[in-house]
Design a protein around this ligand. Structure first.
Ligand code: DOR
Ligand code: ZN
Length: 332
């Protein structure tokens, strides 16, 4: 039986590191698990300028000096080419699109994607990546991603050279859509969408800790996401969407959406890939396809994991991690 596993140092192409007092803990925790991360811009205030990006990177590196930090900016308005170039110089590799009101800190999101087509034209020209929170705000909650796919198909036609990532893909229809679009269209897969369905949020009792956007969907959808992850198709790679909120902000009236998965992501992935007999495909999923898509060098460092059971703490950094209190099989 396999007792040791050597993997390339993982990349996380979608993580929330927040701001203020929480940032240092979340950044350190991310650096324990990942060599490189793409940090999302829905901080308060948002990352929406070169100055903000520069400052944010500085704060992350102060806490986690060895973390390779890639940045995104928030597409809440149109930007000039000069502004985009300045951001690009400061480590920004992607523009993050949030539709209005669909998730945490998206009150400044965009109502009509066509309103920001001028900026998308520049994003394509500068070869930045367009990163999409793909949910249609007014649709029924379990159909929001499916209803968004028409916008993705339209973007792909109108901007044929634009690299687009549909973040946290969560439905069978979206997996099929991504697989059928050209090679410049990819998707990230989270750990939680590989293991949860809506039953894990509201099926037996209300489990606020598993509440996130897009919602974990049906067993059929989860199966499609799993098959995409285990397919070896280079269009699908890891972006955890690890999104910590304090226990108080999760377990209250109007609790926040987001799952804190960074501390447990890789151990859970090893377990899931092992279960499916697909461990040979894990290196590319966590440290290959994403880097290739973003046109950056692959990681060369390696990390060793050992099979030793451990119990996930009930809280970490003031938040409840995914699978809190449960036993995992692998650790670093
Ligand atoms: O569940 C989520 N939480 N989904 C997102 O898209 C954002 C994230 C957050 O920032 O908390
Ligand atoms: Zn996110």
């Amino acid at each position: 039986m396999l007792q040791k596993l050597t993997l390339p140092l993982p990349d996380d192409f979608h993580i929330h590191l927040r701001q203020g007092n929480d940032l240092a803990n979340y950044a350190k925790r991310a650096a324990e698990q990942f060599g490189r991360v793409l940090a999302m811009p829905n901080t308060e205030p948002p990352i929406d300028s070169a100055e903000a990006a520069k400052q944010y990177k500085k704060e992350i590196l102060a806490a986690a000096p060895n973390l390779d930090v890639l940045l995104t900016f928030k597409l809440s308005k149109n930007y000039t080419e000069q502004e985009l170039l300045e951001m690009q110089k400061n480590g920004v590799v992607a523009a993050k699109y949030y539709p209005f009101g669909v998730t945490t800190n998206s009150q400044d999101g965009v109502s009509q994607i066509e309103d920001i087509y001028p900026t998308i034209t520049l994003i394509e020209k500068l070869d930045l990546v367009l990163s999409l929170h793909g949910e249609e705000p007014d649709a029924f909650c379990l159909d929001r991603e499916r209803e968004f796919l028409k916008h993705l198909e339209k973007l792909s036609k109108e901007f044929p050279n634009l690299r687009i990532v549909l973040e946290h893909v969560s439905t069978a229809e979206a997996v099929k859509c991504i697989a059928g679009l050209p090679q410049n269209i990819a998707a990230t897969i989270t750990v939680h969408h590989l293991i949860l369905t809506l039953d894990d949020v509201i099926g037996a009792s209300l489990k606020q800790q598993n509440f996130c956007k897009p919602l974990p969907n049906s067993p059929r959808d989860r199966e499609a996401v799993r098959q995409a992850a285990f397919s070896g198709n280079k269009k699908f790679f890891l972006g955890t969407d690890s999104a910590p909120h304090s226990l108080e902000k999760k377990e209250c009236l109007g609790g926040a959406a987001g799952i804190y998965s960074a501390p447990v992501a890789i151990p859970i992935l090893i377990e899931e890939f092992e279960k499916e007999n697909k461990l040979d495909l894990l290196p590319n999923f966590i440290a290959g396809f994403g880097a290739d898509f973003y046109k950056i060098p692959r990681q060369t460092e390696a990390v060793e994991y050992i099979k030793t059971e451990w119990q996930v703490p009930k809280t970490m950094d003031g938040a409840v991690p995914l699978r809190a209190g449960e036993t995992l099989k692998w650790q670093k």
